[in-house]
Design a protein around this ligand. Sequence first.
Ligand code: HDE
Length: 754
Amino acid sequence: MTDTPYRINYTKNANMETMKGLYNAVTGNPTVQNVANTTAAAVGTAVNTVNDGIRGDIKQRDLSTYTVEDCQKGNYITTDFGTRMSDTDTSLKGGERGPILLEDFHFREKTTHFDHERIPERAVHARGAGAHGYFQMYEAIPDLSCADVFQHPSERTPVFVRFSTVAGSRGSADTVRDVRGFAVKFYTKEGNWDLVGNNIPIFFVQEAIKFADLVHAAKPEPHNEIPQAQTAHDNFWDFISLTPESTHMTLWTMSDRAIPRSYRLMQGFGVHTFVLYNADGKRRFVKFHWTPKLGSHSLVWDESQKITGADPDFHRRDLWEAIESGAYPEWELGLQIVEEEDEHKFDFDILDSTKFIPEELAPIRYVGKMVLNRNPDNYFAETEQVAFCTQHVVPGIAFSNDPLLQGRNHSYLDTQITRLGGPNFQEIPINKPVCPVTNNQRDGAHRMTINKGRVNYFPNRFGCPMTATAAQGGYVHPPTMVHGPKIRARGPKFAEHFNQARYFYNSLCSWEKEHVIKSYAFELGHVDDLGVREKMIQRLNCVDLDLAQKVASAIGVKPPTTFDGNAHDQRSAKLTLAGSPRDSIATRKIAFLIGPGYNSAQLKTVRAGLAAAGAVTVVIGPTKGEQEKGDEAQFTYTSCKSVLFDGLVLVGGTQYEKMSQIGEVKQFVNETFKHCKPIGAIEEGAEFLKTFGFIGVGIAGPGEQDVSSQGVVTSMKFSPSIMDLSGTISWGKDLHKAIAEHRHFERIIDPVPA
Ligand code: HDE
């Protein structure tokens, strides 16, 4: 690692104690424990020389003090307490064929460690993947918040992000239909701020006290622990049908948002209304948004089900590979601000997490970006042991009275104590803040810090540690009026449940609506109890008559004839995935299916052209490794499936009459088409494609020019400049456009066998 200037400009609340602590935290340098004679400038200089670069932010530096190099080459194997061992494969026995002796401390220690290596998985969000990165502001926003993390566009705040599914166990598949967790830990100079969000901007229930019921109903049924990682079962829909406030959220989870193509290609939301306050104590409400730079894209349902078998680690692998290859995922942080005096101006309650604030009513202001640029070194130590808590806030960020958020503030700390084995989980490296922790907490399981001295209470005769005023960086809860009787009740606007559900459904484009209908039909098709199915149709009929009728006909329920809700026509162009950016092919994974006689020049040219635009190309051949013309195939027809790719290219030369005899090849092409993915074909490739008879798709024939039809882009004439995007030949350009579009839902796919 090379030394480059460390970006830190610790001016706010700077005093020697914090500078010393910061220095030690950053450098991990035990020789500078007492720097009473060191000037602030000297400490600042020392801090500035700490390593930086991609791997060198303040948190990385901190983590590296705990990191042990791979394999420890050149070292001898020892017991956990340092005794070198001569044999770690054979146990100590009473005779070669005799019993193992109790004296075999090495066997017992090794096995005992193994016996205790698993910790409880998260109660929800058990399955996840994490990454390190940084957050950076575009401009300071002192008018909105005094949080230091929002003030310095020239600085990068380290973050650790964990994405997750909700319902499945730790070993479940990534691509199930589910909400995705989007939890961000900011290691700010003022302490950790955790923004623990999801990829959907609303939630199932209004009150935290209902969370246990929701999760019990969604998880596998208690008598037989079936089904895993899915909501397509009686208990879930029983709960939903009896909880009208959940209807809105299920429209989102039945939409394509619940089957994202990648963690990198989905939005994130703080969900609740939070509060920002500035140095003058001025409060404003805020909703947090993460918007991916590469747009939001989803899988199709048939595909996501198949991926659960073909590659259960699909999202985890995708995130890992993107970061390893330098294609760092990036999101912008957006703020939707509501002035305090406007709290009641909406026809919904902004404290109700089953509602979002339409962008038309409060536009999003993009204030910064987050880039993920480093994979964890150790899954367990980092991704598994990271502990997010909504109550981790810093001065300038506060809570609204959203009852869901208020309840979460209790639950997260509580759950970590069970999951991580005690109250000292803040000392686990991934959870440690990068600023000093100075308080009177002591003891508890696995306490690492050796606190010297006699004092572990406050106040004490030494006055330490001191409390901090707001000016000294202390967290002072912004004064807020609380009034009303002690009562188990909700605000009156919490009682309306269907207007926004209809607003969302109205906003979807035709293919999104079709997918929602099919998803309900699938999920409710797994519900055996007719009463539950009927109740759900009643709920859907408060949203949209056509939706209720179509789902009802698919699940054996009498379709309603008249609408039972408020037939408003409000909608937003911001809610459809069809509106997401479609101009880049960066990180799209394109398969090249080749066979005997393939044209190597065409293969190389098209691959290079796509790679130049940031796509990832993979060759699939009859055998792995070197092919007849020297190109390398990463997979064979039998070792991978079309569902793992975003598109397919068939180059010329290949003897396709032989390929057409291979079931896997035919399935690959059919499935790629059925899942509405782009397909490019040249010469013999185009002829081969024609044999599939895809309905209504134009394909270039002999003597014809390039044809682009429904994302199928064919050419009968290869030229070395075919991938020149500025050139006149359009095949490369059209292919680029078809891939950027991601999916082509205008296709007629029902008769396609796959
Ligand atoms: Fe969570 N949630 N949650 N949740 N949640 C947990 O905390 C809880 C809710 C979210 O990658 C648990 O550390 C309650 C909304 C994410 O480690 C637990 C309520 C949102 C993660 C918990 C909610 C979330 C969790 C389980 C109702 C989106 C994974 C393990 C009030 C804004 C974090 C853990 C990670 C995890 C409780 C509702 C997001 C049990 C009581 C709404 C992303 O504490």
